[in-house]
Ligand binder design. Structure first.
Ligand code: NAD
Length: 441
């Protein structure tokens, strides 16, 4: 049953280099005293053992970034040259597209085609922000005669990014590309669960001509992230990850009056009315929750369905999902990968067990093509009322909970009945209803 994936030789020789300590760009600051293993979640086998950035490395990274910022080597660079460097980075990402996509697929477990989409996005984002370097303008403001007032846009200073494992390189790029375009210094701390593409990207920064110390990468888990956020020399922290960690980061940043931006969890509704085109709605709802095994901040994890359509819709959703192949990222037939880690899989399983003991009906679908790794089948949970935690808390896995409604106003009320508000979908055959409901959620 288990189709053993062949990891390309180019990747194993790169990870062996990292293990021997020679393969790192000088932009990665680490110490050999502590290490952690990075696993392939599709096999549960180790991909590589990496060193951790300790407290001293973090302090060194931030202080060095401050010096480089103050030196003006990047922020005072001709904007046309900053643009050239960002465009060169995009070209290098495309040159190494296959390598980077494969690394990202192995590290996150997602099917290679999804990882390829992500890496193309990285090049697109770099080009988009590259174009901004020399197009930044301020405003002149009407003032009494004899006075002049205008706004000037410039860099913030030393920016830190703490990123999650579900879209490692695109999420880094949404932070890094605009920061570099405006002349900031940048310190990145990728997730310990999927840091490989960020490590490789640090190498590309060197090759593209980003001056030394403008981009620095730190490795490790929450401790490294917490050391970074607590450093008062930072001007800004950009975080994407769980709401729990976001809350901790916000309070530390508040202490130092550090600017902070947070992109956190979600519990997004998908509302299906009886007038919807059944086939399109089923496919849309399925892709909205099964993509990346439901490990997406905007995953449509709450299905709100009009009562009259419920049985037909759930039957069709199960039929559609039945054809999903769950397998290793490098198996070309895989449509869905594993959960990122054993502990995350156990957490989801415990949530499902609790729902079952509270009276839920649970349906699974899909076909497993491997007997290794942290796989969990796509799961539909029905029969619990909308206050239950299954409808209220982010699960971050291939689990969709079902609630029925009768009227449009019920649907809106249910859709809004959670503290999360990241995204929503509305499926209806009536254009006016679609607009109304979308605006009300
Ligand atoms: P997480 O919060 O566990 O970890 C995110 C990052 O924070 C990791 O790099 C981790 O090492 C670091 N970290 C952990 N504790 C820290 C601390 N005390 N101080 C500083 N850094 C710390 O999140 P995750 O499990 O990696 O990612 C999944 C979560 O991310 C989900 O909740 C998902 O919804 C969210 N997410 C949100 C968006 C968005 O744009 N809103 C996008 C993707 C993912």
């Amino acid at each position: 049953m288990s189709a053993k994936p062949e990891i390309p030789e180019q990747i194993t020789s790169w990870t062996s280099g990292l293990e021997s300590g020679n393969g790192f760009s000088k932009n990665v600051l680490i110490s050999p005293d502590e290490s952690f293993d990075v696993l392939d979640p599709g096999t549960a086998r180790k991909l590589v053992t990496l060193p951790v950035s300790n407290s001293k490395d973090v302090a060194r990274a931030v202080n060095n970034s401050r010096q480089v910022f103050e030196s003006g080597v990047w922020r005072n660079e001709n904007p046309d040259n900053r643009e050239r460097v960002l465009l060169r980075l995009a070209d290098l990402v495309e040159r190494d597209f296959s390598f980077l996509s494969t690394v990202e697929a192995l590290d996150t477990g997602k099917p290679l085609a999804e990882a390829e989409f992500d890496i193309q996005e990285v090049a697109t984002v770099l080009r988009y922000y590259g174009g901004w370097c020399n197009k930044v303008t301020g405003q002149s403001i009407a003032t009494p005669t004899g006075l002049a007032a205008n706004t000037l846009r410039g860099p913030v200073g030393v920016c830190a990014a703490i990123t999650p494992w579900n879209y490692p390189l695109p999420i880094l790029m949404y932070k890094l590309a605009p920061a570099l375009a405006f002349g900031n210094s940048f310190v990145a701390k990728p997730s310990e669960l999927a840091p490989l593409s960020t490590i490789y990207f640090a190498q590309l920064c060197e090759e593209a001509g980003v001056p030394s110390g403008v981009v620095t990468v730190l490795l490790g888990a929450g401790k490294t992230g917490a050391d970074l956020v607590a450093n008062p020399v930072l001007d800004k922290v950009a975080f994407t990850g769980s709401t729990k960690t976001g809350r901790a980061i916000m309070s530390v940043a508040a202490n130092n009056i550090t600017k902070v931006s947070l992109e956190l969890g979600g519990k997004s509704p998908q509302v299906v009315f009886e007038s919807a085109d059944l086939e399109k709605a089923v496919e849309g709802v399925a892709r909205g929750i099964w993509t990346n095994s439901g490990q997406v901040c905007v995953a449509g994890s709450r299905l709100l369905i009009q009562r009259s359509l419920k049985e037909r819709f759930l039957g069709a959703l199960l039929d559609f999902t039945q054809n999903y192949n769950l397998g290793h990222s490098l198996n070309p037939h895989s449509q869905m990968g594993p959960i990122i880690s054993a502990s995350q899989k156990e957490k989801i399983q415990a949530t499902l067990d609790a729902a079952k003991s509270d009276g839920a009906e649970i349906f699974n679908a899909g076909t497993l093509t491997t007997d290794e790794g942290f796989f969990l089948k796509p799961t539909i949970v029905d029969g619990l009322d909308f206050e239950h935690s299954i409808h209220q808390e982010e699960i971050f896995g291939p689990v969709i909970s079902v609630t029925t409604f009768d009227s449009e106003s019920d649907a809106i009320e249910l859709a809004n009945s959670t503290r999360y508000g990241l995204a929503a979908g509305v499926w209806t055959g009536k254009a006016g209803q679609g607009q109304r409901v979308a605006r009300a959620i």
